[in-house]
Design a protein around this ligand. Structure first.
Ligand SMILES: Nc1ncnc2c1ncn2[C@@H]1O[C@H](COP(=O)(O)OS(=O)(=O)O)[C@@H](OP(=O)(O)O)[C@H]1O
Ligand SMILES: Nc1ncnc2c1ncn2[C@@H]1O[C@H](COP(=O)(O)OP(=O)(O)O)[C@@H](O)[C@H]1O
Length: 206
């Protein structure tokens, strides 16, 4: 698709202006990991904790986005790439709007995650590897998908019949088969506090 007749319209309000108003910075927390590793569980816990700290946050979750924006995509490598690209572009809009954006997608391919990273400026993309052994994910099997995949009822299932490429240099590693949810959430919030994305004393706006 040619972009030669399309013009970018700049806003008079920049991301920095919105972050000043919010009294915290925006960024994307890009959770990646196997199905059942705990991405959704952690994403919604982080969102809740950030809300309680008076920070603006929002979760983009794989299952939910595939019900709407990406309903036309399947699980071939090409479709996963396009899925991850659209999510990254969507998250970029949220980050530009000043929101701490939490994405929860398997995003199994390193190249696709690197592509997502390249869409954001330096320091705005925080890759979080939700590390969990395949055995533990299969044991949890919260949606019964591993059982179906092993029975051949779901094709190209990550970890069973499709690959997962672990991150090489993620900003954060969560070992969800070794640490409780509360510890993982605290680890992520500590990272945001330490790097001055958020602050403990943000005033209540209500
Ligand atoms: N073939 C196959 N492989 C992996 N996952 C599958 C598949 N088919 C359906 N599902 C369900 O879809 C969820 C993964 O969607 P994502 O958008 O996160 O995947 S990806 O980033 O495009 O790889 C995934 O959600 P999570 O379990 O939350 O990870 C599954 O519920
Ligand atoms: N330490 C833990 N961290 C995250 N999830 C855990 C942990 N222990 C057990 N679980 C459970 O594992 C399941 C993970 O499912 P989910 O969050 O949907 O994963 P994903 O989004 O990666 O597919 C949930 O039922 C959650 O309660």
């Amino acid at each position: 698709m040619s972009e030669q007749h399309i013009t970018w319209h700049p806003s008079q309000i920049g991301r920095e202006d919105r972050c000043r108003l919010n009294k915290h910075k925006s960024c994307v927390l890009w959770l990646t990991g196997l199905s059942g590793s705990g991405k959704s569980t952690l994403a919604y816990e982080i969102e809740k904790e950030l809300f309680n700290l008076n920070c603006r946050s929002y979760v983009l979750d794989g299952d939910n986005i595939r019900h709407g924006l990406n309903r036309n995509l399947g699980f071939s490598p090409e479709d996963r790439k396009e899925n991850n690209r659209r999510i990254a572009e969507t998250a970029k809009l949220f980050v530009d709007a000043g929101i701490v954006t939490v994405t929860a997608f398997i995003s199994p391919y390193r190249a696709d995650r690197d592509m997502a990273r390249s869409i954001f400026g330096n320091g705005n993309f925080i890759e979080i590897y939700v590390k969990c052994s395949l055995g533990e994910c299969e044991r949890r099997d919260p949606k019964g998908l591993y059982k179906k995949a092993k029975a051949g009822e779901i094709l190209e299932f990550t970890g069973i019949s499709a690959p997962y490429e672990p991150p090489l240099r993620p900003e954060i590693i969560i070992e969800s088969d070794r640490q409780p949810v509360s510890e993982s959430v605290a680890q992520i919030l500590d990272f945001l506090l330490f790097h001055n994305y958020i602050f403990k004393e943000i005033p209540d706006r209500s």
